[in-house]
Design a protein around this ligand. Structure first.
Ligand SMILES: Cc1cc2nc3c(=O)[nH]c(=O)nc-3n(C[C@H](O)[C@H](O)[C@H](O)COP(=O)(O)OP(=O)(O)OC[C@H]3O[C@@H](n4cnc5c(N)ncnc54)[C@H](O)[C@@H]3O)c2cc1C
Length: 537
């Protein structure tokens, strides 16, 4: 029988929750309970990097949300996968390791968030990291999170991209997370010896041997409990039974950018009118809960090429059989890598002092098949170049559909709703065309399959990216950090404004979007929060 009172109760065993569980139990002083809605991550398609395609639509590890129909993306309702499993979204993500730009964090500090400048947060990025290249001024070695090079597993077709970059005079960059982010290069990945380095593998699994850490999985937290404006614990449902546990010191929400604001509102913390409309008693009017939603979009350009790509290999049974044996014996090869082998951070508009656009180069081309239940390869040798604006200004929101915790929240992204974002994406897709028109890539490319050569006018390019862009799965900001309750939900120490003993530590606290993929930043935030929390004890 599990004890009913713990020093800390953490909701969610995702990227941030796993780090917190590790750090808060490290010195043995405190008892910690982590409650996770999903189940075990000991599944081959989570651990084998190429399994990404399998978990993408798998309801047994994925919340499988749908955003609302959105005018900015031609009225489509975009599919939003989120990890519902130990390790959270880090167990189903594409493992690209990016921290963003120095200016992103300096911008956080400039908002008055003391302690969040790049120089302040760099030590926490380094602390979590075990970079296969070893430690230097920007990188750590010996931390839990593996960061490794793709090395010889990088598909040969990717070399053409580097040659095209050289031809166009673009800078090459061997380390997007070092002194300078700008340039074209191979990504580094959260992969250790051919196995996904999820937050679970990196931080939680070894901590679970400690007697002061308890993890309860397959348990949906339905509400927080309070004594006035002091959080005292949580109620959760497991196997049909409701249970309440108490936190002596703090409740920490790490349920991610979708579920944390949902849980806040279900618990009476949020925009008073909206909560009351659903018959939930209002505990604190926090108008910013669920607002300021930011996400990255990407627009893929698909090319039929004259060389074999992973489209050919991954659909050939003899090849797959050979690669499976290779993977089993050496943990190497195409199965041991992510889908995005290389990419770039570039300035695609004049007058910018830092990259505004991230690119992804995939040695394959895929599409959603069987009514959005499966990922399939195009039936030709294909590559994909995608443009993803780094810092969208469009802002969405998230609200409740009802008072039932099992109901998915209403997600309104408002993609591409500012002129700036449209102009940015336009410059990104035009840049793809420029790259594809290089001598090197023209020799490789047979045809542009989508959007296709006839799509050239500004109006057609915009209509195309509205019709085909997709989320990069980076929602942030729905309980953002700030100076007070009129502009934010938590303070710079991540404590909920006006509520005692309640912190939020996950993607929802980003004050603004960062220039790149979001997992590393969630982990950094949790490393920093753990130090704050322990310092306050
Ligand atoms: C398909 C996909 C691809 C991605 N690719 C990349 C990439 O390549 N690189 C990168 O840097 N980032 C990537 N990301 C984004 C990155 O993984 C996330 O930003 C990050 O994992 C978010 O961490 P988090 O701690 O905020 O939330 P999560 O990791 O999502 O964790 C939240 C946890 O809380 C649990 N939970 C939620 N509600 C409840 C509840 N009521 N009760 C109990 N438990 C609950 C969830 O099940 C989950 O385990 C990707 C994300 C996805 C989905």
């Amino acid at each position: 029988m599990v004890a009913e009172t713990f020093d800390f109760v953490i909701v969610g065993a995702g990227s941030a929750g796993c780090v917190l569980a590790n750090r808060l139990t490290e010195d043995g002083r405190f008892s910690v309970l982590v409650i996770e809605a999903g189940g075990s991550d000991r599944r081959p398609w989570i651990q084998i990097p190429i399994g990404y395609a399998k978990t993408f639509y798998d309801a047994s590890v994925n919340w499988k949300y749908d955003a609302e129909k959105d005018a900015g993306v031609a009225g489509r309702a975009l599919y939003w996968p989120r990890g519902k499993v130990i390790g959270g979204s880090s167990s189903i993500n594409a493992m690209v390791y990016i921290r963003g730009q120095r200016e992103d964090y300096d911008g956080w500090a400039a908002r008055g968030l003391q302690g969040w400048s790049y120089d302040d947060v760099l030590p926490y990025f380094r602390k979590s990291e075990d970079n296969s290249r070893g430690a230097d001024a920007y990188h750590g070695a010996g931390g839990g999170l593996a960061v490794s090079d793709i090395g010889r597993d990088c598909h040969p077709v990717i070399e053409h991209f580097f040659a095209a970059a050289r031809e166009l005079g673009l800078p090459l960059n061997n380390d997007f997370n070092g002194a300078v982010q700008e340039g074209v290069g191979r990504y580094q990945f959260n992969i250790r010896d051919g196995v996904r380095s999820s937050a679970s593998n990196a931080f939680l699994r070894s901590a679970m041997r400690r007697p002061n850490l308890t993890v309860i999985s397959e348990a949906l937290v339905t509400a927080l409990t309070f004594d006035g404006l002091r959080a005292t614990g949580v109620t959760f449902r497991r196997q049909g039974n409701l249970r309440t546990v108490t936190a002596r010191r703090e409740v920490i929400l790490a349920a991610g950018a979708v579920n944390t604001p949902q849980l806040m509102m279900l618990s009476g913390l949020g925009p008073a009118g909206h909560i009351a409309d659903h018959g939930i008693p209002v505990r604190a009017d926090l108008p910013e809960v669920g607002r300021n939603l930011r996400d990255h979009l990407y627009c893929p350009y698909f090319y039929r090429v004259r060389e074999r790509t992973l489209n050919d290999s991954l659909t050939s049974w003899p090849w797959l059989a050979r690669e499976s044996v290779r993977y089993a014996l050496s943990r190497r090869g195409a199965l041991a890598t992510s889908v995005n082998h290389a990419g770039a951070f570039l300035r695609t508009r004049p007058g910018l002092d830092r990259p505004n656009m991230q690119f992804y180069f995939m040695p394959m081309s895929i599409e959603s098949k069987k009514g959005g239940t499966k990922i399939g390869f195009h039936d030709f040798s294909g590559v994909t170049i995608s443009a993803s604006p780094c810092r969208p200004t469009s802002s969405g929101n998230l609200s409740l559909r009802g008072a039932d915790p099992a109901l998915a929240p209403r997600i309104v992204p408002n993609y591409l709703s500012t002129d700036e974002d449209v102009a940015d994406m336009l410059s990104g897709v035009r840049f793809i065309r420029q790259l594809a028109a290089s001598k090197t890539l023209s020799a490789l490319i047979e045809t542009e399959v989508e959007p296709g050569a006839p799509v050239t006018s500004e109006a057609d390019l915009i209509a195309d990216f509205r019709a085909r862009s997709n989320t990069t799965f980076h929602p942030v900001g729905t309980c953002r950090m700030g100076l007070g309750p009129t502009d934010s939900v938590v303070d710079r120490r991540l404590r909920v404004h006006g509520v005692d003993r309640l912190r939020i530590v996950d993607a929802s606290v980003f004050p603004d979007m960062i220039s790149g993929n979001t997992n590393a930043t969630c982990i950094m935030i949790a490393e920093k929060a753990a130090v704050e929390i322990l310092a306050a004890t």
